[in-house]
Design a binder for this molecule. Structure first.
Ligand code: ADP
Ligand code: MG
Length: 698
């Protein structure tokens, strides 16, 4: 294998290529646009587009696409070739500045929650110059990809990138304002950093093909527990199977070619479950990269006869998959605002950032839960799995003590401030000792960043990062406002005085215990913390007065856009569920019942033969009866599930709630009998791969 740096980023229109292919004037202007997030200067768009096209064509591309992040998840693209007519009506390959900056995809079928009614049917995409163009490689085909935002012609949000970019802008403004107040003249621009850790399952393609539930829903709807699941706990950090190592090597290689900094790969808790973490980077890139990672994984898996499962809960009874989103903020000087340091002023800044996020989580726990709510993630959050649906923060013993100390200090003098500073300075040494890390907390402080663990493995991490940004912005705003009440006080003393109140007020969201315990579920409710068990219970948080104010105040979404977002989420939830229920009833009727029929036939014939031979077998007769009973039950439960599906509901929220309650129960009831049948029916009749195989054979 060649050095990674030899091929790193070879598919990206990165700074190196830009420097080679753009005039120095254009290059400087573009870099300044990227760094300041200012709109792209029309005068250079033409040059950039031309250079991009030349670069893409020299690498074998014939088409380009604007690539965007629809609200229903995943990514979307529409390919156009470079060809157009020249002045003499000849075919030439051309890519104009206008095509780069703005394109009009025929994307009318993307859900837009009523914002873009179908007759207008037009949104437009526009290049986000802070994310570099790259080449999409599918087999031998290459396409120039322009990472884009997606807006309606009236300028309303239709995607997930736009709100994210807006959230960074308001966080930036709030941070810089406070930095000035603290006397920091050097900070001019804030960067949000993100390092996503992606969990996933791998399954052999041959086995996968036998399971309509995996193929259609991405998860199994049926399946009896295997005799060997994860109870041996031998998979986590165990040796990676050889074929899997080869897959990971190829995957890393493909990611490096795309300039995606894959860093860590290891086994996860469940059999056939793995994790891939990227080095952290500017969150805008980290998000775009994570979306690419999910696609590239799937492609590479095909070459190895695997299928990658990104669903949050592909199998019942073993761990599901999440995406830990590591989040921090830093400025143009390189200072990380969550990094304890030797400088007292920087430590004040650290405590302020901490306090700001705590204020946000305290007030907007419901929003934080809602931003990761979907049908897949419902199997993790609030179910029997990590992390719980109550949004609390884990700080670790050392930092907790420090905060308690600040909270209880009556007298803020030089000495107490020096003590606090010393405490913060010692923090990195302490939190490097990961032994006491609490894995059950949805948000944990881990040394120099927060780790948000409630994000689902298949989700676009954008909404989670956007929400963390907004929560922090809100907290900074409150802190600034309170500090302004004592303008003349020494700035450090002033800050600590405010923080003291903040830590006191937000005490309820600090939780160091076991987040899975029943006692925390009860205590959380007593503390008034939201604990939404499923998507329809979580989504109404979006439309509370508080959240609408936050969305409008941070200029992330208008009330109308927010309502559209909730509609899309509800619609997606309902559709996902309907597909699952229909797949389940279909499988029951066309696979499970016929398998049972074969089994009944065999057992009943055997019983009849015995009887005819004059040695009637009670055991065989009972056996045949057992199978018949299963047949009857499965048929009955299938009918019940179907009846639930045709029931009218007054609106989408009622329908979603009805599904989350009644239909889920009906599916569970059906599953019990199907799984029972799986354990009894002859292997030769069972029409699909079982958990034991799905989880152990690679
Ligand atoms: P863990 O013990 O959780 O595996 P790591 O130190 O390996 O912790 O980091 C996990 C992820 O966090 C990686 O993707 C890493 O790049 C990212 N990360 C590390 N530092 C930061 C930071 N300051 N801001 C955001 N993400 C970070
Ligand atoms: Mg982690």
């Amino acid at each position: 294998m060649a050095n990674i740096t030899d091929f790193y980023g070879e598919l990206v229109f990165n700074k190196k290529v830009m420097r080679e292919r753009l005039s120095s004037d254009t290059y400087e202007k573009l870099i300044s646009t990227i760094q300041n997030g200012s709109p792209l200067d029309d005068s250079i768009a033409e040059n950039i587009a031309h250079a991009m096209k030349e670069w893409a064509i020299s690498n074998g591309a014939t088409h380009f696409t604007h690539w965007f992040q629809p609200q229903r998840g995943g990514t979307a693209e529409k390919h156009d070739s470079f060809i157009s007519y020249s002045n003499d009506n000849e075919i030439i390959e051309r890519f104009s500045g206008k095509q780069l900056i703005q394109s009009e995809p025929d994307a009318s079928s993307f859900p837009s929650g009523g914002i873009r009614s179908t007759f207008e049917a037009r949104g437009y995409t526009a290049w986000d110059p802070t994310s570099p163009a790259f080449l999409l490689e599918t087999g031998k085909t290459k396409t120039l990809v322009i990472p884009s935002v997606f807006l309606s012609w009236t300028g309303e949000v239709l995607d997930l990138k736009t709100p994210y970019l807006r959230s960074v802008r308001s966080l930036n403004d709030a941070c810089i304002k406070l930095q000035r107040m603290l006397g920091n003249r050097m900070a001019r621009r804030i960067t949000v950093n993100c390092g996503p850790e992606q969990e996933y399952f791998v399954v052999s393609k041959k086995l996968y093909d036998t399971r309509p539930d995996l193929r259609i829903c991405g998860r199994t709807l049926f399946g009896a527990m295997p005799s060997k699941g994860q109870q041996m706990e031998d998979h986590y950090f165990g040796a990676i199977p050889e074929k899997m190592t080869k897959f990971m090597e190829k995957l890393d290689h493909e990611l490096y070619r795309r300039g995606i900094p894959a860093k860590t790969r290891h086994n996860e808790v469940s059999p056939n479950q793995f994790e891939l973490a990227l080095l952290f980077e500017d969150a805008n890139l980290a998000i775009d990269h994570n979306l690419q990672v999910m696609n590239v994984m799937k492609g590479v898996a095909e070459e190895f006869g695997f299928v990658v499962l990104l669903h949050e809960k592909p199998y019942a009874g073993v761990n599901g998959s999440g995406k830990h989103v590591n989040w921090s903020i830093s400025d143009n000087t390189g200072a990380n605002y969550l990094e304890p340091s030797a400088s007292p002023l920087k430590n004040i800044n650290f405590l302020i950032t901490l306090g700001a996020l705590m204020l946000g989580v305290d007030r907007f726990g419901g929003l934080l839960r809602a931003c990761v709510a979907d049908a897949g993630n419902d199997h993790r959050l609030g179910a029997n799995e990590a992390p719980p649906a109550i949004m609390s923060i884990y700080l670790g013993e050392y930092l907790t003590n420090l905060i308690d100390q600040i909270e209880n200090t009556d007298n803020l003098n030089e000495q107490t401030m020096a003590n606090i500073n010393l405490g913060v300075r010692n923090l990195p040494k302490i939190s490097k000792d990961y032994s006491d890390r609490n894995r059950t907390s949805p948000i944990a402080f881990t040394g120099n960043k927060f780790e948000f663990r409630a994000v689902g493995s298949s989700q676009n991490p954008s909404e989670a990062v956007t929400t963390l940004n907004q929560l922090c912005t809100y907290g900074l705003f409150i802190i600034e406002k309170r500090m302004l009440q004592n303008k003349d006080m020494d700035i450090r003393e002033n800050a600590l005085r405010v923080l003291k109140e903040v830590f006191k007020e937000t005490r309820r969201i600090r939780f160091e215990g076991n987040g899975y315990s029943d006692s925390w579920q009860k205590e959380g409710v007593n503390l008034g913390l939201p604990n939404a068990k499923n998507t329809p219970a979580a989504l109404p948080s979006y439309l509370t007065k508080d959240v609408i104010e936050l969305m409008e105040g941070t200029h992330v979404l208008t009330e109308r856009e927010l309502k559209a977002k909730v509609d899309i989420k509800l619609e997606t939830y309902i559709k996902t569920k309907e597909i699952e229920y229909k797949t389940a009833t279909n499988m029951a009727r066309t696979l499970i019942l016929p398998a049972l029929t074969k089994q009944i036939n065999l057992t009943a014939s055997a019983a009849a033969n015995m009887k005819n031979s004059g040695i009637p077998s009670k055991a065989l007769e009972e056996e045949a009866k057992t199978f018949e009973n299963l047949y009857i039950k499965i048929k009955e439960k299938t009918n019940e599930l179907e009846d639930i599906l045709v029931k009218e509901q007054k609106d989408m929220l009622s329908k979603a709630k009805y599904y989350a309650d009644k239909a889920e129960k009906a599916l569970e009831a059906l599953r019990i009998f199907v799984d029972n049948a799986e354990e009894l029916v002859a292997n030769e009749f069972w029409p699909m791969a079982k958990y034991q195989e799905l989880l152990t054979i690679l």
